[in-house]
Design a protein around this ligand. Structure first.
Ligand SMILES: *Cc1c(COP(=O)(O)O)cnc(C)c1O
Length: 221
């Protein structure tokens, strides 16, 4: 009998995405896997790059400034996404560092990012983060404020490519993913950044275009 070859975490995550896509009648290629490398050292990132991963995510501007310039210089084809809350006074650094921002969630940040884009002559595609479970402590705009924020972002020249959410911990995420999908439809945005290590299959089945996976690739933090 053939022995099963133990697969790497990256292969396992790719297989999970492919399996979920197949069940939903989607193509795995419609889903971008973002490897969330926050708190992880450069060696762990380089290991994934060697295995073919090209899209990474971080949640802090300062950590990214420390870790990524050297890696990027050696691998110019990488994409780097910001998935953490962004202070307006870090907008310019964020525009300089990242290829995509998933945490646009308030009018003051729209203004700061628009200004930074103009100053640096660089446009960074953004997801608008929605506080999908209406949790006090979480980032993201309220569902009711989404149309106004989207209009303001578009008017300011920000390229909004989708919606992003982090559902409440410890409860079934499917209704929240389904709601994000509906909000995207209602507001004519195409992308859906949703699904993490524990729930990426459900997210892919409900239409995720970007999944953000940390611990399943890098181990626990
Ligand atoms: C850390 C983080 C992730 C990855 O979480 P895992 O459970 O480790 O896969 C995804 N999205 C955001 C916004 C994060 O901060």
């Amino acid at each position: 009998m053939e022995q099963a070859v133990p697969s790497s975490p990256l292969e396992q995550v790719r297989a999970r995405i492919a399996g979920a896509a197949r069940m939903a009648g989607r193509k795995a290629a419609e889903v971008t896997l973002i490897a969330i490398s926050k708190t992880k050292p450069a060696e762990a990132i380089l290991d994934l790059i060697t295995q073919g991963q090209r899209v990474f995510g971080e949640n802090r501007v300062q950590e990214t400034q420390e870790k990524w310039p050297a890696i990027r210089a050696a691998h110019p084809d990488l994409q780097l996404h910001l998935v953490g809350q962004l202070q307006s006074n870090k907008a310019e650094e964020a525009v300089a560092l990242f290829d995509c921002i998933h945490s646009l969630d308030r009018p003051s940040l729209v203004s700061a990012l628009a200004k930074a884009q103009d100053k640096l002559g660089k446009r960074v595609p953004c997801f608008v983060q929605v506080n999908i479970g209406a949790e006090d402590q979480k980032g993201g705009c309220a569902v009711a404020d989404l149309p106004t924020l989207l209009a303001r972002a578009r008017d300011s020249g920000i390229d909004v490519i989708g919606l992003m959410c982090v559902p409440p911990a410890g409860i079934e995420p499917a209704p929240f993913f389904a709601l994000l999908d509906k909000l995207a439809d209602d507001n004519s945005v195409a992308g859906l950044s949703m699904g993490m290590s524990d729930d990426l299959e459900i997210a892919v089945q409900l239409g995720a275009t970007h999944v953000r996976v940390g611990s399943a690739l890098f181990g626990t933090r």
